[in-house]
Design a protein around this ligand. Structure first.
Ligand code: ATR
Length: 280
């Protein structure tokens, strides 16, 4: 085993991992706060995941982020899973607690913090939320919105059975609708969130008419490539507050940085500019 080093090292574990923006975010914060530490990309195949995780400390790492395709498999490969990671059904952040490897998930917190920072007019109690999609990202969004206290969450997904599975897991505040009903589902809503991959570079656009959506509603797309999706442009044009998806990516990185490097970092315009520059 390596000698514990005074300088903390962390990493993002993925397969592939080259595209990950996490090193840009953590690298920016390390430099900005003048912290001696490092954050690297670790290419790990599914076959290697559990052995790599069991030897993380031996490799000198204080923790890691976990990305595609390991977020679900990591649940089984850690010593302990936090309550929120258990509910979301995926792990994105690893840290050590008294020598035990803990699998946590900061996506729900990242989603909620981004809305708090960029849509101060939205109050969870102000009305129903509409969530499009029922994949991995949707689970984190659903957990965040239920914990924030939304009275009703309308969940619509192309494959209805996936939405029904979420409703079964998360209870009666979830109301499942048909994908074809998505235009009408916006009536009276206070928040609309797209968690599908529609509108992402290389994917078809999200076909949605916003006519029924109240103008006071906030629209959040968790897609951030492109930053300004058609959905957000359409929302802005008619007067709705539009919140882009980059904020969730930035805010979800904070808890890991705090644990590994001992400082709760700030999400700032300068950080956004740094990440946008890396994406360009
Ligand atoms: P993630 O973990 O990023 O959420 P995912 O689990 O693959 O990724 O989920 C992708 C989401 O986008 C799903 O809700 C998916 O709908 P299905 O469950 O029906 O697959 C949705 N999606 C992807 N392509 C779509 C399309 N062409 N039309 C409608 N929804 C689509």
């Amino acid at each position: 085993m390596n000698e514990p080093s005074a300088v903390p090292h962390a990493a993002v574990i993925g397969w592939p991992v080259e595209h990950s923006l996490s090193p840009v975010i953590h690298g920016y914060w390390l430099r900005h706060y003048g912290i001696a530490g490092s954050y690297e990309k670790l290419l790990v195949s599914p076959d290697e995941l559990s052995s790599v995780l069991s030897r993380l400390q031996n490799r000198g790492l204080v923790g890691a982020n976990v990305t595609i395709p390991h977020k679900i498999a990591a649940l089984q490969a850690v010593d302990r899973v936090t309550a929120v990671a258990e509910r979301i059904g995926a792990v994105n952040t690893l840290y050590f607690d008294s020598g035990a490897l803990v699998g946590d998930n900061s996506d729900a917190e990242g989603f909620a913090e981004n809305l708090r920072a960029n849509a101060a007019t939205w109050l969870p109690a102000s009305g129903p939320a509409v969530v499009l999609g029922a994949g991995g990202a949707a689970r984190a969004v659903v957990v965040a919105l239920l914990d924030a206290g939304v009275p009703e969450l309308r969940l619509l997904n192309r494959t209805r059975s996936r939405a029904e599975a979420l409703a079964k897991d998360f209870g009666e505040r979830l109301v499942v609708g048909d994908w074809q009903e998505r235009d009408a589902s916006l009536r009276g809503a206070a928040l609309l969130v797209n968690t599908t991959s529609l509108g992402m570079v290389g994917q078809p656009p999200l076909a949605l008419r916003l006519d029924a959506l109240p103008l006071a509603a906030v629209v959040n797309d968790i897609v951030y490539k492109p930053l300004e999706t058609n959905l957000l442009a359409q929302a802005r044009a008619r007067g709705n507050k539009a919140v882009d998806g980059l904020g969730m990516l930035l805010y979800q990185a904070r808890p890991g940085f705090h644990r590994w490097f001992g400082r709760l970092p700030a999400v700032t315009e300068a950080l956004r500019a740094e990440v946008l520059g890396a994406m360009a």
